[in-house]
Write a protein that binds this ligand. Structure first.
Ligand SMILES: [Zn+2]
Length: 161
């Protein structure tokens, strides 16, 4: 059985896990497919939509950093707000893929431990202010305070707070 992806791969060069498109590209070097003489589609977005999930409202970037790669496993669809916040933080698109994997883990884990979680529970300021101080999201602070994250088993009252 031949799928659309197989057809596309016929026009790609294999490099490790990457499938690098050898056909037409747009002015940004992104793979284009001549669907008919009048219509062309952007293959990355199309394949993401077909094989991963709806690309609607998402920017699809390549985790492997290869602009012409069309392996759906290497695609990462970001909601526009996520995409913009990644760019604005370091102004460069080239390091985005590395940051995506590390960022959440770093932000949410490295800065917190049980001692800090206890401090956060005792802190009487607004979640917003505490979140800023510790460099984590407001929802993380709320989860800690509601005992969803960093559950304190040493404190018998923690389940009641
Ligand atoms: Zn790739």
């Amino acid at each position: 059985m031949s799928s659309f992806l197989d057809d596309v791969y016929q026009h790609c060069r294999q490099d490790d896990e990457c499938r690098l498109w050898l056909g037409t590209t747009d002015s940004h070097g992104l793979p284009l497919y001549n669907y008919s003489s009048k219509s062309r589609i952007h293959l990355r977005r199309f394949i993401y939509d077909m094989y991963v999930q709806s690309a609607n409202k998402r920017r699809v970037i390549m985790k492997c950093n290869n602009r012409t790669c069309l392996n759906p496993d290497h695609m990462n669809g970001l909601m526009l707000s996520q995409f913009l916040s990644l760019i604005s933080r370091d102004g460069s698109k080239s390091t985005i893929s590395a940051r995506i994997n590390m960022q959440k883990a770093k932000q949410q884990c490295a800065k917190l431990n049980m001692d800090i979680a206890r401090q956060i529970r005792q802190d009487e300021r607004l979640a917003k202010e505490v979140a800023q101080e510790y460099g984590v999201s407001i929802s993380t602070i709320r989860h800690i305070r509601r005992n969803i994250m960093y559950v304190d088993h040493q404190n018998p009252w923690s389940q009641l707070l």
